[in-house]
Design a protein around this ligand. Structure first.
Ligand code: SF4
Length: 974
């Protein structure tokens, strides 16, 4: 296989962006799973497991603190879950000393320090929102749709551009709804309690009657009591009331990486809600002693008593104190983030891993990377119960890949050989049944792989077994009792498995993972392809192995979607949404594309083929060096006029190498360095923190930095480069997957099969393009992060201009609206210079005006001209209130405006009345999810000219909530 750039997974299978360069002359190779390469890597370590990769999430554990505080800081947490960072009084060493000295722990929870909030009525739910922010249309639409999906138990897909405050909206609406569910549960539970009391009185009466009348009139008595107490009577058990009030559903809030989960927790502190929650993470990330799963399990094995566990690991002993303490946050109406958690853990010198596990039992919300739910083996090991739960996924644009890799597995022959060697005669003797099954299972796989790979012809790298041959292949691999063998392995209960098995734990887990995937294969063979052969790992070494690859994400997704109450998928880049629906095989009745928070005047987008040679064809050989030279000259000119940082994304690392080499051989590197501090994204996750720190240092000097990075790398996903941190993004080329990679080829072929077409899946080429443009749009969205932000975006590839609208349709809608093109670099640079000067001035003027009229910061203030602003604001109002009836609502609003402005009495009154009736009916429908019973004239009796003035007042003063209440004929609560 060729070089691979993959969004991979961390050790605990958290999905993390990871990148590596390719040497292909063509477009960069882009795949989905770092494991692809790792699994084929012939490792010698017994701890090697399938789908293991060095990832961003891993490396966060060794991040160091940047001592220089930069001027512009991208939003990124450098803190690990455990206290790598020294936290003064909270460090474990000091905490131990304090305990030795008999000093009490100082762990105060300040419930008064929270950000003030206000209540907003959305979709029939009161949502607490930070008081100083007036939610803008994108946030309102997001909240309305989330509440709608939660109430109706329907799956939803919500695209809200990056920087629109999507996470805050997601949390506020979910927690508002959960609060309402909890209230309803409390009321129902109280009712049940009352009924219990009433029925116990009834039972007493009944029993007295039985004693008095000698068991004769029991049926009469029962019906009398029933008539007296009404519903709630349990017919199967007379005089017992029903007690099956379902508790509020558990909510899973997921994101891609642990860093993003940390960001979500920071946002949670702003919401005004204080639910009970936990965070799921791996032992490897959390264990303060850095023990592996196997080592820890050996220390705390099933066979040990509690006392033995305590003496095995002192940290384990104290994890319950931490859990108790974290639960106090909810009691004091506070929320915590990972910094708070680490502080408490350090104070107690406790085990973070078991503390968070302990919190799971009482949690209303579970935060975790979404592969914990969609990876079949991880979900099984974590014992996550998703039945009836609400699953909310932030940054869900990689869900297809996660679902596919979560139901696939890869293993090298070296791994199988190691495992066989580990199960020696001694171990088989110690647990003959289970170990013997595992041993036989591995042996059969090993013989099968040797046979198939041995028979591959000269020059043939892989054997691909397609869906119709899959069952035969599994029988060939495991023998005619394959299904029973697999079933035995996966059905063996935990208590029937041997404990204290040391290094064998790793291999037992490996066997269970393979068996579970093979079980899925035998259930849905049509969705699988098995690839067996020689491959090349990222180190360029050949290794042999097998990949059981799931072709349809729906295998992983539908398991969760069918059990959960609803799955709500949110991201800045979900378009085109129909592709998701087709690939995930689940209908999403609720869909929305929210508008961006910034007006078009704050975004400059240019189709740049001004250098003429920035196409994928020009990035090899002689063309590559000419391309690099041209790009350097091009960037140098822009660097002179662009304030702050610049991000330049390439399809592959090798292209960055060529570019830097060419810049060094000419004077370009020095010339660009005079304008911007050049930083290059490191390969893999290691060293990323240093890279980011260097980028920040360059920005802190005032001249700004220029980052050379790759699509799907750490820079391109999950980090906010707001304000002067990055004022321009240059996307060079288009990151199409490697067309020669066997997995890409197999998936494309699979999608082109008639049966796939019948299922509505994308064609092979449409799927292929969707992979590229999703990564492209992610990169473009890095630098506009809030309503007052502004930036220039450059689509540096001649294919956009050649392909016209067809190509542009792949770009996010909010970017598409602003696209321009220039004839020359000089003209373009002039335009860019003018754009930055004009926008900066406009925002400054707006800020001064806002400050003089309003002391509070209103994040929705819009820095456009009055006319533009009014038009934009009206659009926002419509978006804010409207959902599927948005268009009709806009028309009704227009009619109202017309009526208020131009008609004469009494026509004016009638027109206003008519328009108001429509608005009221539509708003009612949007808010309550049902039609107003009588939207006719009866509902608008008494409407007079004042209503027009009233509406104008609301519009003029941005009092949307009050207008919403007014149009519903209700009073807004204070
Ligand atoms: S109990 Fe906790 S601290 Fe101790 S080895 Fe296990 S994970 Fe590590």
């Amino acid at each position: 296989m060729g070089d691979v750039v993959t969004p991979g997974k961390d050790d605990d299978n958290a999905c993390v962006a990871r990148a590596d360069g390719g040497e292909d002359d063509d477009v960069v190779v882009v795949l989905y799973d770092a494991a692809v390469t790792d699994a084929f890597r012939a490792t010698g370590s017994p701890s090697a497991s399938p789908r293991r990769a060095s990832t961003a999430a891993d490396d966060e554990d060794v991040m160091t603190v940047d001592r220089v505080k930069p001027k512009y800081l991208p939003e990124f947490s450098m803190k690990s879950y455990y206290g790598v960072e020294e936290r003064g009084e909270s460090s474990p060493e000091r905490a131990t000393k304090r305990r030795r000295d008999g000093k009490p722990l100082e762990l105060e929870i300040d419930g008064t320090a929270r950000e003030p909030t206000k209540e907003i009525a959305i979709g029939g739910v009161y949502v607490k929102f930070p008081a100083k922010i007036n939610p803008h249309p994108a946030q309102r639409m997001t909240m309305a749709k989330i509440i709608d999906a939660l109430k109706k138990s329907q799956h939803a897909m919500i695209e809200s551009p990056t920087g629109t405050g999507k996470t805050l909206a997601l949390l506020c609406s979910t927690l508002g709804w959960l609060e309402r569910e909890k209230e309803a549960y409390k009321k129902s539970a109280a009712k049940v309690r009352d009924m219990h009391e009433a029925w116990s009185v009834a039972r007493k009466k009944y029993e007295d009657a039985l004693i008095a009348f000698g068991h004769r009139n029991d049926k009469d008595k029962a019906s009398t009591v029933k008539a007296e107490y009404g519903d709630g009577w349990d017919a199967s058990r007379p005089f017992t009331c029903k007690t099956d009030v379902p508790p509020p559903p558990r909510v899973y809030v997921c994101s891609r990486t642990h860093s993003q989960i940390e960001q979500i927790l920071r946002e949670l502190k702003r919401t005004g809600y204080a639910p009970k929650y936990t965070v799921l993470s791996s032992r490897q990330r959390l264990c303060p002693l850095k023990k592996s799963d196997a080592d820890c399990q050996d220390m705390l094995g099933d066979g040990l008593t509690q006392q033995e566990r305590i003496t095995s690991c002192a940290h384990y002993n104290r994890h319950e104190y931490v859990a108790d303490h974290m639960n106090k946050y909810a009691e004091k109406n506070c929320a915590w983030d990972m910094e708070d958690f680490n502080r408490v853990v350090n104070e107690f010198s406790a085990c973070s891993f078991f503390a968070l596990r302990n919190l799971q039992a009482t949690s209303e919300i579970v935060f975790c990377p979404y592969n914990y739910l969609f990876d079949h083996n991880v979900r099984r090991k974590m014992k996550l119960d998703i039945a009836g739960a609400a699953v909310i996924i932030d940054e869900g644009h990689n869900i297809e890949d996660v679902c596919r890799s979560g139901t696939s597995i890869e293993l090298s022959m070296a791994q199988v050989a190691e495992a066989i060697a580990a199960f020696n005669a001694q171990s088989i003797k110690s647990a003959p049944g289970y170990y013997a099954d595992v041993y036989q299972f591995l042996l059969k796989i090993s013989h099968f792989l040797e046979r198939i790979i041995g028979n591959t012809g000269e020059g043939q790298k892989e054997v691909v077994v397609r869906s119709h041959e899959i069952v035969g292949c599994v029988i060939d691999m495991l023998g005619e009792h394959a299904v029973e063998l697999v079933r035995n392995l996966i059905k063996t209960p935990d208590n029937a498995k041997p404990t204290h098995n040391g290094p064998l734990t790793t291999y037992m887990n490996l066997c269970e993972d393979i068996a579970n995937i093979l079980h899925l294969v035998t259930k849905t063979p049509e969705s699988y392809v098995i690839i067996i052969g020689r491959s090349v790992d990222i180190n360029g070494e050949e290794c042999e192995g097998m990949c059981i690859s799931c072709m349809e994400p729906k295998v992983g997704f539908s398991t969760v979607a069918e059990q959960a109450r609803c799955v709500i998928l949110t991201s800045g880049t979900l378009s085109p949404m129909n592709t998701f629906e087709a690939e995930l095989g689940v209908e999403f009745p609720i869909k929305i594309e929210a508008p961006h928070v910034v007006p078009t005047s704050q975004v400059y987008v240019e189709l740049s083929d001004a250098i003429g040679e920035v196409t994928y064809k020009a990035t090899s050989g002689v063309g590559a060096s000419r391309f690099a030279q041209n790009l350097g000259k091009y960037l140098l000119e822009y660097a002179k006029v662009i304030p702050g940082g610049m991000l330049v994304f390439f399809p592959k690392y090798s292209l960055i190498d060529v570019t830097l080499r060419e810049w060094h051989t000419s004077r370009l590197f020095a010339q660009i360095s005079d304008q911007k501090h050049i930083v290059c994204e490191s390969r893999g996750a290691a060293g990323f923190v240093d890279t980011l720190a260097e980028f920040n240092r360059g920005n802190a000097t005032g001249k700004g930095s220029l980052m050379l990075a790759v699509f799907r790398g750490k820079v391109s996903e999950g980090i906010d480069f707001k304000d002067d941190s990055a004022r321009a993004v240059f996307c060079v080329g288009i990151p199409f997957p490697n067309v020669f990679d066997v997995k890409v080829k197999t998936k494309r072929d699979f999608n082109d099969l008639p049966k796939s077409r019948q299922k509505g899946m994308l064609t092979g080429s449409a799927w292929y393009s969707a992979q590229a443009y999703r990564a492209y749009n992610q990169a473009l969205g890095r630098c506009i992060r809030h309503p007052k932000d502004y930036a220039a975006l450059f689509l540096v590839d001649a294919r956009f201009r050649e392909g016209g609208q067809y190509m542009m349709n792949n770009i996010s809608k909010w970017i598409r609206k602003s696209v321009t093109a220039c004839g020359s670099v000089n003209e373009s640079v002039r335009n860019v210079d003018e754009f930055f000067k004009r926008t900066k001035k406009m925002l400054l003027e707006k800020e001064i005006k806002t400050e003089s009229t309003d002391a509070d910061v209103d994040e929705t203030q819009n820095p456009e001209s009055p006319v533009e602003y009014k038009a934009h604001r009206n659009e926002n109002i419509f978006n804010a209130i409207g959902c599927e009836d948005n268009r009709k609502l806009c028309d009704a609003m227009d009619a109202l405006h017309q009526a208020a402005l131009s008609c004469e009495e009494p026509m004016r009154v009638n027109a206003i009345a008519k328009a108001t009736t429509s608005i009221r009916a539509l708003t009612y429908k949007v808010t309550n999810g049902s039609k107003l019973a009588k939207p006719g004239p009866g509902k608008v009796q008494g409407v007079g000219p004042s209503i027009g003035a009233q509406i104008d007042y609301f519009l003029e003063h941005d009092k949307f909530e009050r207008m919403e209440y007014y149009l519903r004929g209700e009073r807004m609560p204070h």
